[in-house]
Design a protein. Sequence first.
Length: 498
Amino acid sequence: MGDPVKRPSINPYRKLSRAALTDHLNLRNGLSNWQFTAVSAALGLALAAGVVLAAGPWDSGQRKAEQDWAAARGGAHHDPDAPGGADPAPSAPAVLAALGTTVNRSAPDAPDAPDGAAAGLRAVLEPLLKAPALGTGPSGVVIDTATGKRLYGKGADTPMTPASTVKIATTVAALTALGPAHRIPTTVQASADSRTVTLVGGGDPTLDRAALRSLAADTAHALKDGGVHEVRLRYDASGYSGPALHPIGPNENIAPVSALMVNEGRLDNTSSGPAPRSGDPARDAADAFGELLDKAGIATASGPESGRAPAKSRPVAKHLSAPLSGLVERALTNSDNDIAEALARQTALAAGEPADFKGGRRAVTAQLKNLKLPLKGVNFSDGSGLNRKDKVTAALLAGLLARAADQDHPELRPVLTGLPVAGFSGTLSGRYSTKSGGTGLIRAKTGTLTGVNTLAGTVVDPQGRLLAFAFMASGTTDPSGAQSALDALATALAAGKR
């Protein structure tokens, strides 16, 4: 992506008149995504989904608007009393934690807040949790992120199958282990005599044909400078170990997990959702690279062979993935299983664990333990949530989101910015309606398996508090009804019914 477009320096969190808010809606990138949609809903403005989707939720990892605003204020740790500053909205301390706003916090797994708000939430949420569509024993937790106080909890510590909401844990662990600026490399190594080149995968599932073409061009340039025009081609996907197939087996929702793949092993032109998948993503990537080398003027005498680069090889080309922050946002917005599994393995590599399902489980668990989050009964069998053996609690999911709003953990901000927006983006684009009251006000990760429905995210209530919530249901028999019941719970938080 290019540099952010320069815009007038504004504080998007100050209190504005209705007219001023309307004007600022035309500066969409001057507001964080949740604010943009929340303000739109509050004003009753019609907002096309394409406006949100066009810019993409991962344009630079942490939203460009927030970076611009932080820079205008003197950097991430700005002075709130700087000239020209304005008081933030009540919810801003938690939302802008990464920008250095000071808040008073307690642990996100703190006991229920002993105030009227907790009692009010119980009165509103418990009847909704009794909806027949939510099956047996649904659980829920609501946390005020600015204080860390739990405002509501039912079955909070009961381990349940999370489905895709486990991606929240996966992404938090990856960001904690590697940092939001980390990029995954794909390299080309040439032997000492330049007669053998090896395409080495580092685990970037988003590697695309354009990146392969660039790698081939750089490789050809380096080889031609040495008078080489024909090579033996190898490919190396040894960065990941263990079984490549997810326990669910061949499936259009995930490719075999490989350290070398192009476009997530998709065999069509899609970039999200189910798709026909390659049975051998690494070999397919090597075949495509060989064709591009040929077009660049370097002949490959035979088909690519699996193997490591010869001793004393040297790098001749390198491609870096988008920053981890962007990969996290993409994984959450689209519920991307391939990216999620890659992030679990990248976390394992950072921890010195084998880059397989078991190594990912141990590494993710260790990272969350370091964050002092409640892990009793928790099990991470995979990074995507496709495995029914995954078990988490509502307390953990809500606690992860509260931690992502913590000023002491700015590296976790992409977890919040990557959450789909109700009625507009990602897996929430087809849920909620303009009449529901939750459209644009709710950001949440969905989770759906047969008999399992979950929803975990954030919402700004009418009092200006940023609330983190998690609702989990199992034994559901009506997927559509269960989704509607979960949406009603989140909408109740947005409406502030007490």
